[in-house]
Design a protein around this ligand. Sequence first.
Ligand code: ADE
Ligand code: ZN
Length: 335
Amino acid sequence: PVSVEFLKELPKCEHHLHLEGTLEPDLLFPLAERNGVALPENFPKTTAELEEKYKSFADLQDFLNYYYIGTNVLLQEQDFFDLAWAYFSRVASQGLCHAEVFYDPQSHTERGVALETVTAGFKRACERAERELGITSKLIMCLLRHEAPAKCMDLVRAAQPLIQDGTIAALGLDSAEKPFPPALFKDCYAAAKAMNPDLQLTAHAGEEGPAQFVTDALDLLHATRIDHGINSSQDPALLERLARDRTLLTCCPLSNVKLQVVQDVRELPLQRFLDAGVPFSINSDDPAYFGGYILENYVAVSKAFPTWDVAVFAKIAANAIEGSCVQVTLEDQKR
Ligand code: ADE
Ligand code: ZN
């Protein structure tokens, strides 16, 4: 396998990172205290107990139940800043150059926190990360697919100014996948895109759901990127299409193991994707919950695929750059 040092030095982009999923237990408890937020009766009482719980999840829903309790401790603009800044500070030492990060406004607006408060805190952290750490970033606003599509449309409307001024670079779709197919959100995606033709479209698909959901995200939502997309491997025609259109799959190896999509990183169809010419990136998803940030995910892949050499990882990193919302041109690099 390639060395950890090489993987660390490799210029990496992260495309699949939920800012709310970076809430470490050692920030969760102090924030709950700072904001006077009561955690549920049966919720673990200490960082150690919570970390113990995070060692295994039965599936996506089991994880999401904890994830949404975690989001409840975030109230003030400063909380959102602190959360994102802790993430950027941490991955700066892992060789991260560029991050396109998700956030879930509905998990906050439902509790009376304004979209503008959430966005301002995250945006301030992004700006500081670029200034002080040299990490560029984009914000991706996600719709919670377990919410009614009409509620999601309300969020899209509320976000119009942020979509139009480019603060929100892309629209995403996350939360419980299997009961909520992409088709439900066709109108939301169309309305958002109509607000700004530069808005990029992505969606979680094929994590627990079938390959058909990936196809639907492409056909009905006009997504140009797919988050997870692991189950695309069940459909050879889809793989051909993804390769032809150079549609990036944002894969999250440690997440897939923690949420029991697979039992081991070796079971992921990453070799199949490489052989079929399907571009993918390696990402951490919800690192505070899944036991690893971006570098640990690269390392896990290199251990699972020990024959992959530096050329393979250089290809993966290049595909990640190509699949980013911003294209860094040679001209930009000269400046
Ligand atoms: N929200 C946070 N992480 C998620 C994941 N892996 N899948 C769906 N929704 C999510
Ligand atoms: Zn995700």
